[in-house]
Design a binder for this molecule. Structure first.
Ligand code: HEC
Length: 292
């Protein structure tokens, strides 16, 4: 799945005896189950309904994250800021380490997987050790300076918004002794948007052109069994030259048709899937296996 939910299996929480492989498997399934539920509705199977859903099909296993007892296999979130796949255990846990959340990883996930921008190559730098009274928050803010900021500033703008959820995905009102306050200006559709809550952000994101275009790309990858050749926007500290080939132009037409289907039908997911499945490009595709 494009939300990389299986990555939760790489997470370790040695201090929590409830963090078992059964828990991870349950958490991994939730985003797919939510997507299937949105798709099974007779009306309102939209991208916005998925990204801003205030409930998820879930069992008892993830109760320690949501703190809600499921009713008829459904968890209705108790926090207004917990919405869609970005409110789920799989996202919030896989973007944290054992002892702290990572605004960098949370921001990068949204930028790469939901907005489909990519980062140019960068060196992997281990998380620095805290010195004196420095907090993790200070370290992430420190990454916004110099050449690192080109990537880390947009990542922080998004990642800091999710500080109301700890490394187990549980809601919290303070971290490192500071009250959590959301006041961010992430870039959506090429403009800075003032955001005061995660719910506001997920709604803006769900209705953005960028998220729709990204969904069209993800669907293309899954359906066509390969990555599209249409270049995605690159976040880089150096200028990048993008070469466009004629095959890339064909893929762009295909993506545009999918985007148009989404736009014309107010983000309706069934229309975009029908558009892809009935296209010449899909019917005559060479690779018959979906891309994982
Ligand atoms: C081209 C973009 C880019 C640039 C430039 C860049 N980074 Fe990063 N950095 C990333 C991404 C993306 C991640 C998250 C990787 C992941 O998801 O695991 C990251 C992760 C990190 C992390 C780990 C964060 C964590 O939560 O564990 C550190 C530390 C870091 N970068 C330091 C730096 C420093 C210092 C610089 C400047 C010298 C720098 N980075 C420049 C893109 C960049």
């Amino acid at each position: 799945m494009w939300l990389d939910t299986k990555k939760i299996h790489q997470a370790e929480r040695p201090n929590s005896k409830e963090f078992t492989s059964a828990f991870k498997t349950a958490a991994q399934q939730e985003a797919g189950d939510l997507f299937a539920e949105v798709m099974s509705k007779s009306k309102g199977s939209t991208l916005a309904a998925f990204y801003s859903s205030d409930s998820v099909p879930a069992g008892e296993a993830t109760k320690l994250v949501y703190n809600v007892t499921p009713t008829a296999g459904q968890v209705k979130f108790s926090e207004s800021d917990r919405r869609g796949p970005l409110g789920l255990a799989s996202y919030l846990i896989q973007t944290s380490s054992e002892d702290h959340t990572s605004p960098a990883k949370r921001g990068a996930f949204v930028i790469e997987r939901i907005m489909c921008s990519q980062f140019s190559n960068f060196d992997t730098i281990p998380f620095p050790k805290k010195t004196g009274s420095q907090t993790n928050h200070d370290i992430y803010v420190g990454l916004e300076g110099g050449s690192c900021g080109g990537c880390h500033k947009p990542m922080n703008q998004i990642g800091f918004m999710f500080e109301g959820f700890d490394m187990m995905g549980r809601a919290r009102t303070e971290a490192e002794g500071l009250t959590i306050k959301i006041d961010a200006n992430p870039n959506i559709d090429g403009a800075e948007v003032e955001i005061k809550s995660v719910a506001e952000f997920t709604t803006a994101l769900a209705n953005s052109k960028q998220a729709k275009e990204c969904f069209a790309r993800q669907l293309f990858r899954y359906g066509m069994g390969r990555k599209e050749l249409t270049p995605a926007p690159i976040i880089s500290t150096k200028p990048v030259t993008i070469k466009v080939t004629s095959q890339a132009e064909l893929d762009s037409c295909q993506l545009k048709a999918a985007m148009d289907a989404l736009e014309e039908n107010e983000g309706d997911l069934k229309s975009v899937m029908t558009q892809l499945l009935s296209s010449e490009a899909f019917l005559k595709r060479i690779n018959r296996k979906p891309m994982q």
